[in-house]
Design a protein. Structure first.
Length: 277
């Protein structure tokens, strides 16, 4: 029952719709792709799924067909006349709103075990994933389709070219893995970039026991000056003595440190501040 290219184009024509460039709308028009995403999400009967960016319902239908309970969020109210008749008969609950400003507790309740599945536009992908990891503990897993370069940043490990502050912040709360690529040909309109699928699994506890605000302040400063050695990039935040105590070379650069190393730096910097001068 998932939508073909012909059916998506027909919906757009019947409802006099044009994809919004401002909202980053690229609709999936390949049934095999949405079935693959639903399969990779690992959901089935008894699971609760939050889909963000339902669009015209291609992926929504595939998720509902797994037997999972689906709550679909769509920002663009213009799409609702096409979306609702397609997915509501399948038991999908559609919520119109901006995912960056929704009251998630009111929407999802206090239970956990939610799985978030989404086709996310480039301009909201990183802030939305970070916001949900930080604030919505009820979401235990995510499978997001994002621009390939964004996927690389989300899942990068220390030493890899795409590794940056976002990679460290993700690693603090979750494990992220690129699990597949999606060609531009399966979208209408066809984007200029390729996409990739990233599986994100929330950790039971943060990866390191450190002051979160200080940790992210250090990470931000370190990656703001990627080419600088840490003894210079972190000047005023962590001394050379702090770096050495953390087992980190003062001559190292930010991209060489994994989340555990950043955590040690934050802990040692905290102890240094508390020590009598």
């Amino acid at each position: 029952m998932t939508l073909t290219r012909k059916e998506v184009l027909g919906l757009l024509e019947r409802h006099d719709l044009r994809p919004s460039r401002a909202l980053g709308q690229n609709f999936v028009v390949d049934p095999n792709t949405v079935r693959r995403i639903a399969r990779l999400s690992g959901v089935g009967p008894g699971d609760r799924v939050l889909e963000i960016g339902a669009g015209l319902g291609s992926l929504t239908v595939a998720l509902a067909e797994t037997g999972a309970e689906v709550v679909a969020v769509e920002r663009d109210r213009r799409l609702l006349p096409a979306l609702l008749p397609l997915v509501e008969p399948l038991g999908v609950r559609v919520v119109q709103g901006d995912a960056l400003s929704l009251d998630w507790q009111a929407l999802l309740g206090t239970g956990d075990g939610w799985v978030m599945v989404a086709n996310l536009p480039y301009n909201v992908a990183v802030p939305l994933v970070m916001d949900l990891l930080q604030k919505v503990e009820g979401i235990s897993r995510m499978l997001v389709m994002v621009q390939r370069e964004v996927a690389a940043r989300l899942a990068a490990r220390a030493g890899e070219e795409a590794y940056g502050a976002v990679s460290v912040k993700i690693a603090y709360r979750a494990r992220a893995t690129v699990v597949g690529r999606v060609p531009s040909t399966v979208f209408v309109p066809k984007p200029r970039v390729e996409s990739a699928l990233v599986a994100i699994e929330r950790l039971d506890e943060p990866a390191v026991s450190a002051d979160e605000q200080l940790l992210f302040t250090l990470v931000k400063a370190g990656f703001a000056h990627r080419r600088k050695m840490l003894r210079r990039a972190l000047a005023g935040l962590a001394s050379e003595e702090v770096l050495v105590a953390a087992g980190v070379s003062p001559e190292a650069r930010a991209e060489e440190l994994d989340i555990e190393a950043w955590g040690r730096v934050a802990v040692c910097a905290t102890h240094s501040e508390r020590s009598p001068s």
